[in-house]
Design a protein around this ligand. Structure first.
Ligand SMILES: Cc1cc2nc3c(=O)[nH]c(=O)nc-3n(C[C@H](O)[C@H](O)[C@H](O)COP(=O)(O)OP(=O)(O)OC[C@H]3O[C@@H](n4cnc5c(N)ncnc54)[C@H](O)[C@@H]3O)c2cc1C
Length: 485
């Protein structure tokens, strides 16, 4: 049986939820996410969301300029202009949905500073801003009668058909055949392609893979951000992020000899943008011959640290470190994807009816390096614009999109063990912070072999199969772009 919808939204992070809230109430919408609703990179966002809300002390021009500098002037000025101008209104809308940003005693918004921003302009909810946004937006979406939300529902395959798309959604082991006139991909990042990442388990690049299978244009997929201050745990893949805001509030970086080193590489010191700090850390590790680095904010009052960074404080305490007293071991790790599915100012991809928003998309706002706290803003501004564009087009009248055969293998072999581990190892060696040109050629050859094995084998279509196929596709796309650049 085929189920017909007007819009299919794939993803329930900030981009997917905010898009759903801006679609016309008359539209029939299916919103899916492959695991629990709140498991996403959005839920992990700590630092906050950047926007110029204090026009007495800040300006749109300054936000624009800071973003251009961080992005190495590779940013798209049109999409960036739109982001910084429209962002403040979307932040106000978030507050209307109940998002509770921290305030000063006089009731004004508490704006904080992060690396690369020349003014304090980051709105935040303590150090758990993403969770607050996802919680409030989820409550609002749950009240929408036209939106059916399906958890543990994974998009495995999609084809373009007359009038829209025909998709296979694997929900709790059952395959659903779905058609929709429009599809919004809001599937997040690709962090799980690396051995160490701050990203949640859902970040396997599925939306990017599905879009590339449909022939959608990609751009700058090798623009990957490595966060300089992930907690350097002894084990575990998902690295606990220590927000930039900790350095914004005065924390300093130290090398293995407990000496400050950032000034040696950049005059902005500890508050230089992320790519500069990550690259400087790698250069310093070569200079000292050690991977041991520390973040230290113990000179600030303990009460302030606990009140300002409760989640980070508790997270580190669980690992045996006290942020108010100890030097915290840190090291760079994969954090964010600046490139992805190329979209225009209305989040339209090169495939008619297919939209992409949030981390899976390439709007061009970030250039080659994202300025801290600009991605939640990008997710809301461009997912709203996708919804508005769909509303405009839907007003011209919709007929159900046609279904198609869409063969999926419900039985078959299991994927050989260890393929994902191999892909992660390839990426960690070939392209971590600074591309390793000696390892890229061989890495790409092996990644292609793995992709071909996965695509041409008789494997059953399971969530594991889909994610492994995505990781292999993404590894090839990234390494091919680095080689061609
Ligand atoms: C630790 C951490 C801290 C961060 N801090 C900040 C910050 O302070 N400020 C800031 O601006 N940004 C921050 N970021 C980045 C920001 O959180 C993300 O870029 C942004 O939230 C991405 O939102 P999204 O909606 O695009 O994707 P996500 O929030 O990652 O959502 C992706 C959704 O897609 C679904 N999905 C994926 N594949 C499929 C599939 N095949 N089928 C169905 N569903 C699928 C997932 O289930 C999930 O619901 C941080 C990121 C991390 C990891």
């Amino acid at each position: 049986m085929t189920e017909n919808y007007d819009v299919l939204i794939v993803g329930s992070g900030a981009a997917g939820l905010y898009c759903a809230l801006h679609l016309d109430p008359g539209l029939k919408v299916l919103q899916i996410c492959k695991k629990e609703l709140k498991l996403s990179n959005s839920s992990l966002a700590q630092g906050g969301i950047a926007a110029v809300v204090d026009t007495a002390h800040d300006s749109i021009q300054s936000h624009f300029q800071d973003t251009m500098i961080a992005g190495g002037f590779k940013n798209n000025p049109d999409s960036l202009g739109l982001l910084v101008k429209q962002g403040p209104e979307d932040v106000r809308r978030l507050m209307e949905y109940g998002v509770d940003f921290d305030r000063r005693e006089d009731g004004s918004l508490h704006l904080t500073l992060e690396g690369g921003h020349s003014r304090p302009r980051i709105l935040h909810h303590k150090d758990a801003t993403g969770r607050e946004i996802v919680n409030r937006l989820t409550e609002a979406v749950r009240k929408l009668p036209g939106v059916e939300v399906a958890e543990h529902a994974m998009l495995t395959k999609m084809e373009k058909t007359p009038g829209g798309f025909c998709a296979d959604v694997l929900q709790n082991g059952r395959h659903r055949r779905v058609t929709a006139n429009f599809c919004v991909l809001a599937t997040g990042g690709i962090g799980r392609i690396y051995e160490y990442t701050t990203n949640s388990a859902i970040a396997t690049g599925d939306g990017i893979t599905l879009a590339s299978e449909l022939g959608a244009a990609m751009k700058n997929i090798s623009y990957i951000q490595f966060h300089p201050t992930a907690f350097a745990a002894d084990e575990g893949r998902e690295r606990f992020l220590i927000s930039e805001a900790v350095r914004g509030e005065g924390a300093i970086l130290l090398n293995c000899n407990h000496e400050r080193y950032m000034q040696r590489y950049d005059e902005r010191g500890d508050l230089a943008p992320r790519d500069v700090v990550s690259q400087s850390t790698i250069r310093e590790s070569v200079r000292t011959g050690s991977n041991r680095f520390y973040l230290d904010i113990s000179h600030k009052p303990a009460a302030f640290i606990k009140q300002r960074f409760p989640m980070i404080y508790q997270g580190l305490l669980a690992e045996g470190y006290d942020l108010t007293k100890d030097k915290i071991p840190v090291f760079p790790c994969q954090h964010y994807l600046m490139g992805g599915i190329d979209v225009d100012l209305d989040a339209r991809t090169s495939v008619d009816g297919l939209y992409a928003a949030g981390e899976c998309s390439h709007t061009g706002v970030h250039g080659q390096n994202r300025l801290a706290s600009n991605s939640l803003l990008e997710a809301v501004v461009f997912s709203r614009r996708a919804a508005e564009d769909i509303n405009r087009r839907a007003k011209q009248g919709l007929r159900p999109a046609e279904a198609c055969a869409l063969p999926v293998r419900t039985e078959g072999e299991e994927l050989p063990a260890g393929l994902r581990t191999q892909l992660r190892c390839i990426m960690q060696h070939a392209y971590f912070v600074i591309p390793n040109m000696d390892a890229i050629g061989e890495g790409l050859r092996r990644a292609r072999e793995i992709r071909d094995l996965i695509e041409n084998g008789s494997f059953q279509c399971t969530p594991d199969y889909i994610e492994a196929k995505s990781l292999a596709t993404i590894a090839c796309l990234i390494l091919e772009e680095v080689v061609n650049r």
